[in-house]
Design a protein around this ligand. Structure first.
Ligand code: FAD
Length: 254
């Protein structure tokens, strides 16, 4: 979905798919394409028509990432990890069966996909391994003080309630009911929890965060979480944008 100037304002995507004799030609650059260097295919949102309505004239295509007209360029994370990429689409020729759904339905499809992405477990479980390691570390040192236990208990209670909300959105989507607003709410709660858990862990059990410590150990997970935390409230739509969606949804339901 995302491009350099089209993250929050996704309807402004500039990647274009133009009609050719027997299909489409795709041109543009996508940004933050997760796993494009290891995956075989990507789903690309592109403009296929002009319209006064910015949400019309968008379509989705399934693109073979091994096509010689696709160039993948790494975007390194703060940790140095290579997960995300630029994806340069340099006149990729597509046959008609690469179109996902119907032409012009791209916006409806993308907002449906985002409802799943925003409410799913990856929006509140990023730092669960850190919480698990924290509990393990406390257990090894006698279980922790009453204050440490109470703080871990509060984190666990929050996690449990966000999980219930996430399951509620999954049930609504499975029943075919729209849940964009509820999903935005879950992502706002979930991603703030993920980030706050890191700061809480640092206070509950102060430890030097070390990226080079044993993989899966508390110091290593702490270092990983600190370096990843800035992205939690950005990826999948920033919290400011989500609150706009929530506010509009609440106003409509009044
Ligand atoms: C680690 C990571 C992984 C990602 N993975 C993917 C991926 O797999 N696929 C994909 O397509 N994209 C992905 N993204 C992109 C992500 O969805 C965008 O970064 C996000 O939507 C924000 O867009 P932007 O970066 O263009 O920021 P901008 O839209 O330029 O926003 C900059 C700031 O301005 C604020 N802002 C913008 N408009 C408004 C407004 N109207 N009202 C109030 N505040 C506003 C934003 O909240 C933000 O704080 C990823 C991003 C990150 C960091």
């Amino acid at each position: 979905m995302s491009e350099r100037d089209s993250g929050s304002d996704l309807a402004s995507v500039r990647t274009r798919a133009e009609r050719t004799g027997n299909g489409w030609r795709l041109t543009g650059t996508k940004m933050w394409t997760g796993g494009a260097h290891v995956n075989d295919h990507a789903i690309v949102l592109a403009r296929t028509g002009e319209s006064e309505d910015r949400h019309a004239g968008l379509s989705q295509f399934i693109v073979d990432l091994r096509d010689p007209h696709v160039r993948v360029e790494p975007i390194r994370l703060l940790s140095g990890e290579h997960t995300f990429n630029y994806c340069h689409l340099e006149g990729v020729e597509l046959t008609d069966d690469a179109l996902l759904g119907r032409p012009g339905d791209g916006w409806r499809q993308v907002t449906g996909e985002l409802a799943l992405e925003r409410s799913g477990p990856e929006r509140f479980l990023s730092t669960l391994p850190l919480l698990t390691a924290l509990v393990g570390q406390l257990r090894r040192t006698g279980g922790g003080s009453p204050e440490q236990q109470a703080r871990v208990g509060r984190l666990t209670a929050r996690l449990s309630s966000i999980r219930q909300l996430s399951l509620g959105v999954a049930a609504a989507l499975a029943a075919g009911r729209p849940a964009d607003v509820q999903a935005a709410l879950v992502k706002d709660l979930g991603t703030r929890f993920e980030g706050e858990l890191v700061n809480e862990a640092r206070e509950i059990l102060p430890t030097a965060a070390r990226f080079d410590a044993t993989r899966g150990s508390y110091p290593e997970l702490l270092a990983t979480a600190i370096l990843h935390a800035p992205g939690y409230t950005l990826r999948g739509g920033t919290n400011e944008i989500l609150r706009g969606i929530i506010t509009r949804g609440l106003e409509l339901s009044r």
